[in-house]
Write a protein that binds this ligand. Structure first.
Ligand SMILES: [Zn+2]
Length: 302
């Protein structure tokens, strides 16, 4: 890749991140949803057993993470602290990025919430598509039933910090890792497994110093920014049609030819994202994309 091309990609990455916004304010707490869960129905013996979605639980030595399909989420049965206690590795081996075909990774940050995230899950189910939810620890604590539903319906979950406060995450690697491990514990307490993937609030390009990548690698975290931003956190109250237009435009960029990682938000206030989602899915299908979930083998967006 030429230097000029690299600079062009970097400029686009920065402009997408600035446009994305990604909310620097703490999450507002929404009312707790009912305790009803799709998994807690009292199935009688006459009913078929609930079908488990496809997912991979990492081997103790992480040797099983090169997968044949891009839409199978990966989790770890241990937290990082548990791996250290057991003397198991925390650092992932080199995994070849998945480069088959044309794959779109729908990602939803900052949730879950009681309204928009369940509506998004309904749309994904209607379309038979799996996606990735980068959730915060604070929102997971407030909406554990929605976290369970995301997991039980076969989607990927990524760690998106505890409270999304940049001033706690970016002065120091320790502050960042502390929030990630705290959020791992919360997610683990709800679904019994830990995500390996994370997304840095605000994105790596605008937030990480050189100290962050080696610290993440040592702890087995895999970070993914995005190369398509629908713009649903941009100022000026953008509406669903703006998001659809952004997907149409940004997927023309060569960086998205094989891997389009699409940034959206699923927390409170993002009803326009819910409205846009069916058309965003249709647009991506028309452009020849299949749909995957973010795992350690997902290519980097840039
Ligand atoms: Zn965010």
């Amino acid at each position: 890749m030429t230097l000029r091309k690299k600079l062009g990609l970097l400029t686009l990455a920065v402009s997408l991140i600035l446009a994305a916004g990604c909310g620097t304010t703490p999450q507002e707490s929404a009312p707790a949803e009912s305790s009803a869960s799709s998994a807690s129905s009292s199935a009688s013996s006459a009913q078929p057993a609930k079908e488990e979605p496809a997912r991979v639980i990492a081997a103790d030595d992480f040797s099983n993470l090169a997968l044949s399909a891009p839409d199978v989420p990966v989790f770890d049965k241990y937290t990082i602290a548990q791996r250290r206690e057991k003397g198991l590795p925390t650092e992932l081996p080199e995994i070849a990025p998945y480069r088959e075909g044309r794959v779109a990774y729908l990602t939803f940050d900052d949730g879950p919430d009681a309204r928009n995230t369940p509506a998004i899950l309904d749309i994904l189910k209607e379309n038979g598509i799996k996606a990735t939810f980068y959730i915060t620890g604070a929102q997971a604590e407030a909406h554990p039933d929605v976290v369970k539903r995301i997991y039980e319906e076969g989607h990927a979950i990524g760690n998106h910090s505890y409270d999304h406060h940049y001033e706690k995450l970016y002065p120091s690697v320790d502050g960042f890792l502390g929030q990630m491990m705290h959020t791992d514990d919360i997610i683990y307490s709800i679904i019994g497994v830990r995500p390996l993937n994370l997304r840095a609030p605000g994105g790596v390009v605008s937030q990480f110093t050189s100290a962050y990548p080696p610290a993440l690698k040592a702890n087995g975290y895999v970070e993914h920014d995005w190369n398509v931003s629908v713009g649903d956190a941009a100022p000026g109250n953008p509406v669903a049609q703006n998001f659809i237009d952004n997907v149409l435009t940004q997927t023309e960029h060569p960086a998205t030819a094989h891997t389009a990682i699409v940034l959206m938000h699923s927390n409170e206030g993002h009803l326009e994202t819910v409205k846009a989602l069916p058309e965003i899915i249709r647009v991506l299908k028309d452009k020849g994309y299949s749909f995957g979930v973010v795992t350690p083998m997902t290519p980097q967006p840039w």
